[in-house]
Design a protein. Structure first.
Length: 755
């Protein structure tokens, strides 16, 4: 039995005035509720009631609608906990499902970084400006899973949905019994009259509750009353995944369905020079071969295997690429960009030029770091099912941006957004790749050719890896000066193409001003350094780039923290002691995170008596302060990672076990990139094609990982990405401690062997 929750008169008074207060302050347009998409035609049945966009109630119970994509990070579980906590549901009865594509599910946290304040700045002014970005978020209406925003976005919205529904259900019971609502209580999906023991289930009250005006901003419970939040709860998506019943886009089966795949130009932006499809078209089971503009071909068949075989049989000559054919030529464009005006200056304090002009050259620490392009390499290659009928388009796919996909398909079809229906499936990995709409647009284009029959479009692994929107490569040039205990000056120049500019060429979004992602993870760190200047340079190439797990921080974490370690070594300082001195009083949260990882790792310096080398790194990314220590040792087969320690501050830990899982995942993703992640070019084409030549960390290479969760951050943060950035420099710094080699280029296996 759960604890009974009493609904007070004050609760109803506050809830009933919430909307009116918004009107009084002149925010009527913003406060107007977005229409509930679950009430639209075709979204449910006559026996189902929806009290708000996040809930459906019928005779089978309550279903929580999760507007974020479930791609392994446990968002269904987290959102269900948020609703259940305020709605008083029995956890065992909760069901979850993806919501439709709708602007009602706009991401309120997505725009907060646009407020122009560093994440460590938690001043009243900074938070006031951040609050105003919620208005812009609503009018933009972007339903996106990414940027580690699911927890910050849903923390208030989903609890409010549960609280609002609980209030209206209680009012419905009060009307039926003819009693005051403030005398009633709720527990485990029922409204209870404590005076006589009568109770009514939410399913019995739902129809009546639907006619009661729901408060938009109801009061929320004190964390001291939480039953689920803060606990490690079973994830509702795991049973179906365990028995193979979970539905990813690759699992969709529809009556009379066709199957298709694509063969696209291996040189980005280069079209078809000549082609012969006759041999492929004559192969068994092939329905037709269609040309996708000048970009490539689609093969439609009666099964996926036959489509793949025919795609490989197409004889085609491709045009030359507009960019240099190999890595040397491509990186030369990066080097040349340093001779152009910077794309932006993202941090500037003191006078860097004067600081360096005033010292002897042997006091200046200088280094250049390089990182390669990287593919997302999701375990499920891109896939989508599409059906096009006279006035309707249906798409079943794993979409990190359902509204973006809907809008782009509607524009391509010349149809209204209401005629495009996105059915979001589980995602077999996202990491930013499935925020793109290219594969869904292809599915629509192919389905136009099938006379109303549904068609499943499945990319081969090779097409997926060679036609990604890559994490861009980067070159960083840094100079530093040291005082006795910490850096005195830091000058960083980072060359990397603009992700926002690349995206603006394929999506309806402008690239406004300098791209802060170029310096993300170097700029914005709580560095109490007297002289800082961080500039970004943006070489332009036709190689498509996009969001990759932790975006700019994925390489700038390596750049920043490796160089910090270099500066500490230059003065023979302990890197953790130097980090604490550098943090100073800028971030109490960051200081506690660093102190915690020092504690749990038993840190007493870079080198252990047993021959273990230790590396430390700290990165503030996506609002979460994260510090890591990695231990490595040398074997006759190469470097072995022995142990990883991580401390992370998430503000409010909603589900500790799930937080640990995500941090571990981010660390392993980062270490895979650090050790072997690589994309190279030959004749304008990506060389890597599958996991045999673009490898990931294997189970035997992953050591024990200890994760300490802190809750000092005044704001709740997401945790999908913050584990990745510090993992890479912590490993590189550990290798330096072990071998004396300072590795400034990724992947590290270009320079050293690993077990």
């Amino acid at each position: 039995m759960g604890t009974l929750k009493k609904i007070t008169r004050r609760t109803f008074l506050i809830a009933s005035t919430a909307i009116a207060g918004g009107v009084a302050f002149g925010t009527y347009q913003y406060q107007k509720p977005t229409p509930n998409p679950l009430l639209a035609d075709g979204m449910g049945d006559a026996d189902t009631v929806s009290l708000n966009p996040y809930l459906k109630i019928n005779q089978d119970g309550v279903t929580v609608i999760t507007p974020k994509a479930e791609m392994g990070q446990g968002v269904h579980s987290m959102f269900a906990m948020l609703v259940a906590e305020e709605l008083d549901l029995d956890w065992q009865t909760i069901k979850t499902e993806h919501g439709p594509a709708s602007n009602a599910y706009f991401n309120v946290a997505l725009m907060r970084p646009m407020a122009g304040f560093h994440d460590y700045d938690q001043s009243e002014r900074a938070n006031s400006v951040r609050a105003y970005t919620e208005i812009a978020s609503k009018f933009l209406g972007m339903q996106i899973t990414g940027g580690s925003t699911s927890a910050p976005d849903g923390f208030v919205k989903l609890r409010s949905a549960g609280a609002s529904a609980r209030l209206t259900l209680t009012l419905a019971a009060a009307q039926q019994w003819g009693v005051a609502a403030t005398t009633l209580q709720t527990e485990n999906g029922h409204v209870i009259n404590p005076e006589n023991g009568d109770k009514l289930s939410y399913t019995e009250l739902a129809v009546a509750a639907a006619d009661i005006a729901a408060p938009a901003r109801p009061p929320l419970r004190d964390p001291a009353q939480w039953r689920y939040l803060g606990q490690s709860m079973p994830r509702p998506d795991i049973p179906a995944k365990t028995i193979g019943a979970a539905q990813f886009a690759s699992d969709i089966r529809l009556p009379d369905m066709l199957h298709a795949t694509v063969r696209m130009s291996p040189r980005f932006g280069a079209g078809i020079q000549s082609a012969d499809t006759q041999t492929a078209a004559a192969m068994p089971g092939i329905d037709k071969i269609i040309q996708l503009g000048n970009e490539g071909f689609a093969v439609i068949a009666n099964n996926t295997w036959r489509a793949l075989q025919a795609a490989n049989a197409i004889q085609v000559e491709w045009e030359a690429a507009s960019y240099p054919p190999d890595n040397a030529g491509i990186m030369q464009l990066y080097e040349d960009s340093f001779n152009t005006a910077p794309n932006g200056t993202f941090e500037q304090t003191g006078d860097v030029d004067l600081a360096f002009a005033d010292v002897n050259s042997d006091e200046i620490i200088a280094a250049e770091y390089r990182v390669p392009y990287l593919a997302h390499a999701t375990m499920e290659p891109m896939s989508a099912v599409a059906q096009v009928t006279e006035n309707r388009i249906d798409l079943w796919t794993g979409a990190q941006s359902p509204t973006g996909t809907r809008d782009m398909v509607a524009a391509a079809a010349g149809m209204s957004k209401d005629q495009v229906h996105i059915h979001t499936t589980l995602l077999g990995g996202g990491f930013g790749r499935r925020a793109e709409a290219d594969f869904a647009l292809q599915a629509y284009q192919i389905a136009r050719q099938t006379a109303g029959r549904p068609v499943k479009v499945s990319w081969s692994r090779e097409e997926d890896m060679r036609h990604d929107f890559y994490r861009p490569a980067a070159i960083a040039r840094l100079k530093g000066l040291m005082d006795n205990t910490k850096p005195r000056a830091l000058d960083a120049q980072i060359a990397s193409p603009s992700i926002m500019l690349s995206m603006s060429k394929r999506a309806p979004m402008p690239a406004l001003g300098p791209d802060q992602l170029i310096a993300e993870g170097t700029a914005g760190q709580p560095d109490q350094i007297e002289h800082i200047r961080i500039r970004g340079y943006a070489p332009e190439l036709a190689i498509p780039i996009g969001f990759w797990r932790s975006v700019g921080a994925s390489f700038n974490g390596f750049v920043h923290e490796s160089f910090m370690d270099e500066m500490a070594a230059h003065k023979d300082l302990d890197p953790i002691a130097m980090k604490l001195a550098t943090l100073g009083d800028l971030s109490e949260v960051g200081t506690k995170v660093v102190q915690k990882v020092k504690e749990i790792s038993g840190w007493n310096g870079r080198n252990q008596a047993n021959g273990v080398g230790r590396g430390f790194a700290y990165t503030l990314s996506f609002g979460a302060h994260t510090a890591q220590v990695i231990d490595v040792s040398m074997t006759d087969r190469g470097v072995k990672i022995d142990k990883i320690y991580c401390a992370v501050d998430v503000g409010t830990a909603l589900d500790p076990r799930n937080i640990v899982a995500q941090i571990e995942s981010g660390i392993i993703y980062g270490l895979s990139a650090a050790i072997s992640g690589d994309l190279t070019f030959k004749d304008g084409e990506v060389v890597q094609s599958n996991f045999h030549n673009n490898t990931a960390l294997r189970i035997h290479q992953v050591p024990p990982i200890d994760v300490a969760i802190l809750e000092n951050n005044p704001s709740i943060t997401g945790v999908g990405e913050p584990g990745t950035p510090p993992a890479i420099p912590a490993l590189a710094n550990a290798i330096f401690a072990l071998t004396g080699k300072r590795l400034r280029e990724l992947p590290l296996n270009r320079h050293i062997d690993f077990v």
